[in-house]
Ligand binder design. Sequence first.
Ligand code: FES
Length: 79
Amino acid sequence: MARLVKRYRSRPYAVTIGGETKYICGCGLSSTQPFCNGTHKITQTEAPGTLSWYDQDGQRHDTPDSFPDICSDEQTKDA
Ligand code: FES
């Protein structure tokens, strides 16, 4: 089974619990989920209006965003 979810966020969420701050991955690309490992930096050059996906080697592939109805976190992209 596979699942495709759009993510718009390109930076982590800072969460402070008990005085300790942790950074939770918001881009979906971290290999140390749920924590950010800095991989989000490769999303900084994504072009607006495209759908970008990354292969196992971290190589980006861009295509016109032709999946407008896929579940999205766009509502929270700047949260
Ligand atoms: S926000 Fe995903 S790796 Fe940093």
